[in-house]
Design a protein around this ligand. Sequence first.
Ligand SMILES: Nc1ncnc2c1ncn2[C@@H]1O[C@H](COP(=O)(O)OP(=O)(O)OP(=O)(O)O)[C@@H](O)[C@H]1O
Ligand SMILES: [Mg+2]
Length: 381
Amino acid sequence: MSVADLNERTMSGSGDENIVTEAQALNALRTVIDPDFQKDLVSLNMIRDIKICEGNVAFTVELTTPACPMKEKIESDCRAAVESIPGVTHVKINMTSRVVAKRPMGGKVIPGVKHVIAVASGKGGVGKSTVSANLAIALAQAGAKVGLMDADVYGPTIPMLFGLDEEQLEQTAVRLPDGNVVQRIAPLERFGVATVSMGYLLEPGQPVVWRGPMLSKVVNQFLNDVAWGELDYLLVDLPPGTGDVTMSLSEAIPLSGAVIVTTPQDVAASIAVKSLRAFQKLNVPILGIVENMSYFTAPDTGKSYHIFGHGGGQAAAEELRVPFLGGIPLEIATRQGGDNGEPILISYPDSPQANIFRDVAGLLARQISIQSRQFRPLNVV
Ligand SMILES: Nc1ncnc2c1ncn2[C@@H]1O[C@H](COP(=O)(O)OP(=O)(O)OP(=O)(O)O)[C@@H](O)[C@H]1O
Ligand SMILES: [Mg+2]
């Protein structure tokens, strides 16, 4: 007997209570609520390909990001819901994801790039580049397609962080949708992340002495003349403050949002608040605050010390009512990883520090999904 026959028998009330139907599975899955969208997975059109054979039920759950921090909970909630249907003996769930672009492709956006996210800070030296590099790698390790643009034209550090400081950018031929072939800059890929930096264009030790208009030109070139390909997330590591580069970036393309990195010090946090307000004035959504160098845990005693004070990032997030994405401790291996061109997610992927970066990346990806106005529930299945 085919699945269709089985379903028909149940629908027409044949009396056999143990035959499971697609309608029953959908009804069960309607009880599973996505915590971010506060709607059930069926209404959100996240359930696909239900297949039922006897007591075996298989289906796909399509999340909005591969880095979803709720992935395991959603999976276990779905399993429990479907297992509660009488007659179900086995549940197979295929967890997938599709990052939805903030706006339709076209216009000023970079073709193929779904989200551009600025990583900024009010004060210099708080760890923007370290955080950008590790978040980019964490998102790539979760299965997302990720790029990292080093917009710190005067002090590019991404080449060193990725161990690419000897490398130079090259050109590549790209075929446009209209069939024309153009020359583009080929990003350098490492640890699953496509990177572009001013550092790849300079001789070592050579300073950049440019004024605002030149900076703006470079930012535009890095956005539009690079063969970024298909990306879920393009992170942009900004120089400190909200100067020319930040202005050029937000004018050049619609940003999905900005992440602000701060240290716990009151002074750093209050400068972070200022830069956050500057982004809000530019109509850039704030995805959250990351507090770097939050504390130091002595490896010999396990005791934690709040070297730069305590709670500044959280307080700034509360003041501005933006998400607090987490606190990253000071860690010698993180600094060494940066200096040696092997960020901690690569050198010590199982360390507590790497796990913290993964958690922050998950919360960031989740905020991007929430902020994507494009993500609207489609028609109910
Ligand atoms: N969590 C951390 N633990 C240990 N060292 C860190 C941590 N975060 C950053 N560092 C170190 O602090 C220094 C400054 O970090 P980084 O270059 O990432 O800051 P930045 O905000 O990008 O600086 P700039 O404003 O100059 O661009 C680097 O030496 C880096 O290795
Ligand atoms: Mg930097």
